[in-house]
Write a protein that binds this ligand. Structure first.
Ligand code: NAG
Ligand code: NAG
Length: 281
């Protein structure tokens, strides 16, 4: 919630490039512009200023043509060519989930541009803020007919999952909400969350009910209440996996009781944690 609408809007401006793209390359109109111009305020030793005055290599960000070529090669390969353990999905639809996935692939492609871990830092772009905004954004509304069906199906699925509880997640991998439910009730059902943003007094939920929902989603591979949202939960300690897990935690919370029916991100301290994980990548 810290990230302004202005930043979101700025980040959403997309690149329209006239550069030829190789066959089966990514569609240039889906590539988000860096938002930063290379070579600002050189300090004489190779560093220039990036986002918020952070020092970045003066050659960052790269030319858009070079970048799109690298991105396309990664997407074609299905993984980052320079860092094969990093997947490179690039779904082309306009859902929030797909926008998030594309931006993650854009970030990893930039960070591994010239080799494994050899590329440009996130501060060479405005993408961290954009990604954070997308992550805390309202889940995309489904078409009404589909929504009615999926909510009904979801209720059944969640009920079933609670009893099944087949996939258990190591509790130490679940990041705590960081917010306690029921603070400063205003008498109208709202209580205070992160930065005193008003949240439903029932949020965050009990850790037990939340964990049951998270485990059910992870077992299914997608959010049971919002099936277009994947629910990966890799267990290693890499930063990329921490980010992925926290994203799955967030979408699970936001869709806890139905499509888009759950607790807002301000019922947790996760937005700030995600933003710093992404910025440190
Ligand atoms: C990547 O390699 C190219 C070619 O050697 C070089 O011009 C460019 O500055 C490098 N970029 C980064 C970010 O390392
Ligand atoms: C979710 O549903 C449960 C059971 O009906 C309810 O107790 C809880 O308050 C709901 N939480 C949210 C955030 O909608």
């Amino acid at each position: 919630m810290k990230f302004s609408t202005a930043l979101f809007t700025l980040g959403m401006s997309i690149v329209v490039s006239c550069a030829p793209v190789s066959r089966r390359g990514v569609e240039p109109s889906l590539v988000i512009d860096f938002g930063i111009i290379a070579g600002q305020n050189p300090d004489g030793s190779g560093s220039c200023t990036g986002l918020n005055g952070v020092l970045i290599p003066c050659q960052c960000p790269p030319s858009l043509d070079v970048y799109i070529q690298s991105l396309s090669a990664n997407v074609r390969a299905g993984h980052d060519v320079n860092n094969p353990s990093v997947a490179a999905p690039f779904p082309t639809d306009s859902s929030i989930a797909s926008q998030i996935t594309r931006l993650q692939t854009q970030i990893s492609s930039l960070q591994n541009l010239n080799g494994s871990g050899v590329g440009c830092p996130a501060a060479a772009t405005t993408w961290s803020g954009l990604l954070a905004s997308l992550l805390v954004g309202t889940p995309e509304a489904s078409a009404p007919t589909v929504e009615a069906t999926s909510v009904a199906a979801a209720t059944t699925a969640v009920g079933a999952a609670t009893t099944a509880a087949s996939t258990s997640i190591d509790p130490s991998l679940i990041v705590d909400f960081g917010v306690i439910a029921g603070q400063n009730p205003n008498g109208g059902g709202s209580c205070s969350g992160t930065n005193n943003v008003l949240i439903p007094c029932t949020c965050p939920p009990s850790l037990a009910s939340y964990t049951a929902s998270l485990e059910a989603n992870v077992a299914a591979g997608h959010d049971l209440n919002n099936p277009s949202v994947p629910a990966p939960f890799p267990t290693d300690s890499s930063r990329a996996s921490q980010i992925t897990r926290l994203q799955t935690q967030l979408s699970t919370l936001q869709n806890l009781n139905g499509t888009g029916v759950g607790c807002p991100a301000a019922s947790t301290i996760w937005s700030a944690q995600l933003a710093s994980l992404i910025a440190e990548q």
